[in-house]
Design a protein around this ligand. Structure first.
Ligand code: NAD
Length: 477
């Protein structure tokens, strides 16, 4: 087992010696690794932090213990927090579940996946939500933890999970251990954005929280106040854990539905020769309509692609109520969105795509970050690869595309070349700021440029009349 620091002491407010509390973070992925740093670098140096992940994720554990953050990030605060934690020597990562026995607080940041395309026999849905891995993860805490531990679930879960799964598992394990149930359970969801504001999206942002009872909610509040700037970003307490679990999936379902809604207007605008971006900018002048979405390639990432399904599944499985057809449909439409850009590509290359030299600029699902999970570039890449196109991939944030075990082209100079087409997979700022796009477009050979994000300005189009530009949502082009 990796060395775990415990039992260190800090000066209390009256110069008394106060034992530091131990916070264990379960799950060291995009959320948990950053949360661990935020907790370890808290203002008052209150905690020893232990991060626990699965033995199968030993690479991440080793990296963290060697002082290397496992997520590629453009946020300078990541290394600042890391330096602080190393100076304090208050953060270690391990795969030893025995660490939960040391915890005063356990923060649960593990994944709870939706399996799309795997039918749930009981509910007759085209997707399923296997709860067993999550249940066993909770059991691994409950079977060894302190009697009065605070468990704070931050994972996105089907509403009802804290009351209907986490609490019963704790009761069961405490009964087995002949302990009276003094545990506290709360829920507070993350709004982490792994871009340039990665750390601030945890430390300096609004939070919703709740507890299974008053005592638990109070304990969550006290804990969050020590790691989040709650004076500037006040906390919102909701009446039950189910309510805050619901807030998370509703928040993401709203966004997913907003995106899927615009997809049909994108197609309408293209048919009607209208510039939908201009239309949306005009609508956004209304304060009530500021966040209406714009056209795009599709929806990626771990959250919007599954959270509406977690909600619908919960409604049926936990509460015996109806499914949420609009939320489910939003995910379906968003999953199909890349097909629209593919249609543009196939329409352009009517004679076939085999052997066409195509450059894909950008792989990640968000501009300026390196997260490729469920990226909408994937189905475009797969369809073109199937049809034997000669593909060149570039992404400054993704030197290695893990899901495809592919190295991307990192040499900008080598990128200029005679392509048949360029697809702007992700609108990273660098493509526009450092002249790379210009260099590529300077080629003599006429090419087709597909921009599903409406990111290429009209000035660039005017500068390169030799090329064909197909911009999603721009019926006027
Ligand atoms: N990624 C985001 O931007 C984001 C934002 C808000 C909320 N969330 C939610 O936070 C949760 C975590 O998301 P993530 O993006 O960090 O996922 P992730 O897949 O990057 O990380 C999850 C980690 O948990 C580990 N894990 C799984 N089971 C474990 C166990 N039993 N014990 C210890 N470790 C275990 C996995 O190995 C993995 O490293 C999810 O519920 C997600 O929906 C994510």
């Amino acid at each position: 087992m990796e060395k775990i620091p415990i039992g260190k002491h800090v000066q209390g407010s009256r110069n008394s010696i106060v034992k530091k509390k131990t916070v264990v973070i379960q799950g060291l992925g995009f959320v948990g690794a950053a949360m661990a740093l935020v907790v370890a670098s808290n203002r008052d140096d209150l905690y020893d932090v232990i991060g626990v992940d699965l033995p199968s994720n030993a690479g991440v554990i080793d990296k963290l213990n060697a002082g290397e953050f496992p997520v590629r990030s453009s946020d300078p605060k990541v290394s600042e927090c890391f330096k602080m934690a190393r100076k304090r020597n208050n953060f270690r990562a391990t795969s030893d579940q025995g660490a939960y026995a040391l915890a005063d607080v356990v923060v649960v940041d593990i994944n709870l996946d939706v399996h799309k395309g795997v039918r749930d026999e009981h509910l007759d849905t085209s997707y399923s939500v296997p709860l067993d891995p999550f249940r066993e993860a909770i059991r691994s805490i409950a079977s060894v933890c302190k009697q009065d531990v605070l468990v704070l679930v931050e994972s996105t879960v089907p509403p009802g999970t804290c009351k209907k799964l986490v609490q019963p598992v704790f009761e069961e394990e405490f009964q087995k251990r002949n302990l009276s149930p003094e545990f506290m359970i709360g829920h507070s969801y993350e709004r982490v954005m792994p871009g340039p504001g990665y750390i601030d999206s945890i430390r300096n942002f609004y939070r919703v929280y709740s507890g299974i009872d008053e005592k638990s909610a109070d304990a969550v509040e006290s804990f969050l106040k020590t790691i989040i700037s709650t004076e500037e970003y006040p906390l919102t307490r909701l009446g039950s854990t189910t309510a805050s679990e619901m807030a998370k999936v509703l928040e993401n379902s709203f966004r997913a539905m907003n995106i899927s809604f615009i997809q049909e207007w994108t197609e309408f605008a293209e048919a009607a020769d209208v510039n939908l971006f201009e239309v949306i900018d005009a609508i956004r002048m209304r304060p009530t309509h500021k966040n209406i979405m714009k056209p795009g390639l599709g929806v990626g990432g771990y959250c919007l692609t599954k959270d509406p399904l977690l909600a619908s599944w919960s409604s049926q499985h936990f509460f015996g109520a109806k499914h949420l057809p609009q939320s489910e449909r939003a995910v379906e439409i968003n999953d199909q969105m890349p097909g629209h850009t593919l249609e543009h590509i196939f329409q352009h290359f009517r004679e076939g795509i085999a052997n066409k030299k195509i450059l894909i600029l950008g792989i990640s699902y968000l501009p300026n970050v390196g997260d490729t999970r469920s990226t909408p570039v994937e189905p475009v890449f797969a369809a073109l690869q199937d049809r034997k196109a000669r593909l060149v991939l570039h992404d400054p944030f993704v030197p290695f595309w893990v899901e495809h075990q592919l190295e991307t082209c990192s040499d900008k100079e080598a990128l200029a070349g005679d392509y048949d087409a360029v697809i702007l997979g992700t609108a990273h700022m660098t493509y526009f700021d450092d002249g790379l796009l210009h260099k590529i477009l300077n080629a003599n050979k006429p090419m087709a440029l597909f921009d599903p994000h409406g990111a290429i300005p009209d000035t660039i189009r005017a500068e390169f009349p030799q090329h064909v530009f197909k911009i999603t949502g721009r019926g006027d082009v």
